[in-house]
Design a protein around this ligand. Sequence first.
Ligand SMILES: [Zn+2]
Length: 237
Amino acid sequence: MKILRNYNLSYVDLIKMFKARMVTHEDLAFKLGKPDSERLISIRHDVDVSLEAALRLAKHEKEQNIKSTYFLLHTADYFDYSNKFKKQCHKILEYGHNIGIHNNAVIMSKITGQSQFEILMKPLKFLRSCNIEVLGSAPHGDKVRCREYNLPGLHNKILWEKYKPYDFDLLYHAHEFYREGFVGDGGCILKGWCWPPKTEKVTKYKNLKSFKINIVKKFNGLSNGLMIVLCHPRWWK
Ligand SMILES: [Zn+2]
């Protein structure tokens, strides 16, 4: 059973709190769900450091009938273009999930001088050459490199001010879905927002009770809408 360390909350309990139909980000991109007429929940995993943790969660999700998308970070140590890495990616697919690319191209371009396009195409080409379909991208918040290279406030999401997903043969980027609610676990802290109020200001929740009242109850009370859950496998043991 995967537990969010700071809250003693099981992963399945978190997901099942939301009374909504589960769809993947790819389903959303293909418009296989109508957030204007039903409640939907879609799970995104940003795999920042540990592919092992992602594989454990992917297996756990399969056992629980949960389908999600794992965004793999092309600058992480595990993304080493090896046969082992290729096999691990296929394992995620075997568990029934999708793979996306966790984009660090803007920051890496600033550091290396290489173009953002080249930086992102290299890992995409590799994954596709391994018969791994990649349709979406989610931006990585690389605070460590921003600090190290003095790039305050720089975020990879601005890639989409210059490019469109189809420039990379992608169908979507994760920020483009219109959503009524968002939940994240960055830093092992439950955070998020749900409309109303009509603001995307992320609130951190110190305990499960206030999270349930301000996010879960509010979202389940809506007649329709999309809830995105961003989960980092490393925080679930
Ligand atoms: Zn990340």
